[in-house]
Design a protein around this ligand. Structure first.
Ligand code: URA
Length: 246
């Protein structure tokens, strides 16, 4: 246990003298109660301390790999009351949010984090983060159509960037195609496949950068270790450097 003014000073938000003034002015709360007593002892690990309404404690950065099931909205709230991300993360104290979106009717890998810097890097087009999908499409595209997907197709928001595209399973009526893209346009895979005349019937995101859904069942998540997060950040900074050199 430490004296409150010492904890405030150690948090780097004020000198000990300034902290004492704020305490006496009633601007500091501990666990929801205003504290004006200067000698009050607190546990900075456990007590929740607010100065002028703002928490002094830095939230621990946490990042999870989540297997989003079908028919879940990739957001924090849905006015229509459909299932959203917080429904799966109730046991996690930190306010974690999804990095980007998967459609309501797409399942698969979604990163969920409270690390704003990591989220921004993953979403920023200049980092060209790879996303891999397996799409089940209607019919079986011929090689010319597959090549079109690889080279780029014209959508109403412009030509898509080159993609890696591979047929992985063929049946009479439909087939499975693995697509690796690095753009993140709205409903991009669905629109690409529709543009070549083979609409998507089912879509799964199987990989994001170096992270895959392997080992996760629908609705499950696992936390990334510190070294996995470091690896991801390193990969992102490497991709940026390569892009600058191009
Ligand atoms: N492309 C789509 O069409 N939908 C998704 O959810 C993700 C990529």
């Amino acid at each position: 246990m430490e004296r409150l003014q010492k904890v405030l000073a150690q948090a780097g938000i004020a000198s000990r003298r300034q902290a004492e003034v704020w305490i006496q002015e009633g601007k500091v709360q501990v666990n929801g109660q205003v504290v004006t007593e200067l000698g009050t002892k607190v546990d900075p690990e456990k007590d929740h301390i607010l100065v002028k309404g703002k928490s002094i404690q830095k939230e621990r950065k946490r990042t999870f790999l989540f297997y989003k099931p079908l028919y879940v909205i990739s957001s924090m709230h849905d006015p229509q009351g459909r299932k959203v991300i917080p429904d799966f993360f109730r046991a996690i104290q930190e306010r974690v949010y999804p990095v980007g979106r998967l459609d309501f009717d797409t399942e698969g890998l979604l990163l969920v984090t409270n690390d704003g810097e990591l989220a921004n890097h993953l979403l920023h087009p200049r980092f060209e983060v790879e996303k891999q999908y397996v799409a089940t499409v209607k019919g079986v595209p011929d090689e010319a159509s597959m090549e079109q997907l690889r080279q780029g197709v014209y959508l109403d928001d412009g030509l898509t960037a080159p993609a890696q595209v591979k047929m992985i399973h063929k049946r009479e009526e439909d087939c499975k195609i693995k697509l690796t893209i690095h753009e993140g346009r709205n409903r991009q895979v669905r629109r690409m496949c529709k543009a070549i005349g083979h609409p998507v019937m089912h879509l799964v995101r199987t990989r994001l950068a170096n992270l895959t859904v392997k080992g996760l069942k629908r609705g499950e998540f696992r936390e990334l270790s510190a070294s996995e997060v470091a690896g991801l950040k390193k990969l992102l900074s490497g991709e940026r450097k390569q892009k600058r050199q191009k």
